[in-house]
Design a protein around this ligand. Sequence first.
Ligand code: SDX
Length: 382
Amino acid sequence: MATATAPTFDKGLANTVAAETQMSFIDGGKGVLEYVGIDIDSLARNSTFEETVYLLWNLKLPTRAELDAFCTELRAEYMLPAEMDALIRQFPRSTPPMHALRTMISALSMFDREADVNTPEANRRKALRIVAKTPALIARFDRHRKGKPFVDPQPDLTIAQNFLLMLNGELPTDAMAKALDVCLILHADHGLNASTFAARVTIATLSDMYSAITTAVGTLKGPLHGGANEEVMHMLNEIGTIDKVDAYMAGKLERKELIMGFGHRVYKAYDPRATYLKTFAKQVAADTGNLNLYEMSRRIEEIMDKAVAAKGIFPNVDFYSATTYYSLGLDLDLFTCMFALSRNSGWCGHCIEQLKGNRLIRPMADYIGPHGVPYVPMAERR
Ligand code: SDX
């Protein structure tokens, strides 16, 4: 039993360590992110999403044989249960994708006989299914809402290639698949962010992995967290052209409004994921005729650098992922689904970590209301 210490109120838990992890390390002051000790820039330049998922879950890089076996396991789980197609076709076409995704992840549990089996082996298999099946969930919902026929995943394609094939109905170019694969690497895990913490709270009650990931999807949806990338794109569209950026930003800063894609609870330096994404965003934007979006983003960054960098506010991962996803042809309201598609790997990894040395997560609340209040009969109430 942990020794009782005097409780302290840490609003937003900004200064509270609530878990130990071996997956990702963040140095917010220096702008460092490592997955199992490997710098995020090295992984983004050299790894693949599948290899990164293996690294996070096994705490080591795979040999060629291990990676091939892991990919074979993932690909065997690409397809959805047949009943899921019928369920997705019942969704209102106007459903916001993150509502659909939260529902679909939850629904997957009904077709998994191991849903409530909480052994490490069963949880690893469920983690694999969730990572392998989420691309099809998102793509099928998007095809449904557009009245298009579903496209099945191909067992010889990577997760990034398959997602773009299932979404667009045609194989992506190598450049497009690579760009998405890098985004998936960059979003895979990030310490105890809000949605990961939420997942840990859920699994710590010995509830099931599907419930934990459903919790995480709902938490990621918020614009202060994963929903920021979609808001960044709305901002760029609202500005319209680069000659309007300065006036727009002057107004926002004057009104002390939050600029989406900037600031971070932990990073008080440049988000290292934004560093690499920025170069990628420029390349993909140039290749797809969207360089104007990149140039507008750069101008916004210059203005923010002058205005708030001294306060430790810099671009975060969402700022340049917006231009990248838009250039890949994704609808704005799918951007946060992409974040979830990747973060499934971190969330599931943290669920498995939590169960290794589990203790129910149950903080305190400081009661600030009155005491000794009498119960007043209804007839006497005013
Ligand atoms: C993600 O935690 C993670 O790791 C998350 C994530 C992950 O990989 O899981 O990295 C992904 O969620 C990235 C963040 C995406 N969110 C946004 O881009 C939304 C905009 N950002 C802000 O809402 C804000 O920066 C937060 C919520 C991200 C962090 O805010 P904090 O730590 O609670 O800090 P705060 O709100 O107390 O702000 C401190 C000061 C305030 O000014 P003062 O009142 O002191 O004068 O900085 C200002 C804030 O107004 N500020 C901003 C700002 N972010 C903070 N001012 C303008 N624009 C911003 N974006």
